[in-house]
Unconditional design. Sequence first.
Length: 258
Amino acid sequence: MSQVVWWCELLVVLSWVAAGICTLRGAGRWTLGYRVLTGLGLLMLTGLILWLWWELGRPPLRTLGETRLWYAVLSVAAGGVLALRLNVTALRLPMLGLGSLFLCLNLALPQTLDRTLMPALLSPWFVPHVVVYLLSYAVLGLSAAVAAWRLLRSQADADLPWRLVHAGLPLLTFGLLMGAVWAKEAWGHYWAWDPKETWALLTWIVYVALVHLERGLLTRPRLSLTLIAGGFLVVLMCWFLVNHLPSTEVSVHTYSRQ
């Protein structure tokens, strides 16, 4: 069974890489190629998940490798809907890259398909919580990248970065709420002021503050671009840097030490 999974994952990655190449080539028939190849990858991966569900007699959510399959399919599906809704073609590459990254981790470490997760991670809230968070980070990261690029090119147009912030903040909010429900189910309380939780809350507060400041910044696009680009530093702190703080030694989010 592991060989079937490995080859299917490889075909999906190749399909999404080809879709990314089509996106880079431009519009017209390349857009059709992007849609066909992205959809083909989603169909193959969804079929693989359903097949595993049938073969295993349970939802494939028990091992690290299985959860990555869900990350990949939900990241690309949700990202595709968002890119279509906002009419933002620049979101295509981040979503395809994120989905392919999860599958490449499975390809490089096929043994994770059989590596059972710790009990707290077996919750049905685990996958949607993480996927929604990753998607929000991808959208907010794109907003920061566009803002920084326009600052470097001395362009005074903050419309697209603001639209992406407005798309990313609800995702960030839903991710935070689902994390609280998951914590209640796994550890018996909604909030424990864990370092990761604290920085997640700070990240949410920063973007809520940005949205509330937007009206006053409409006539100051360069300041808008600077704040949007700088706001992503808090996301990076929450996502990566907080893991290296001494306080995370006792964090319930540091699963590798449990």
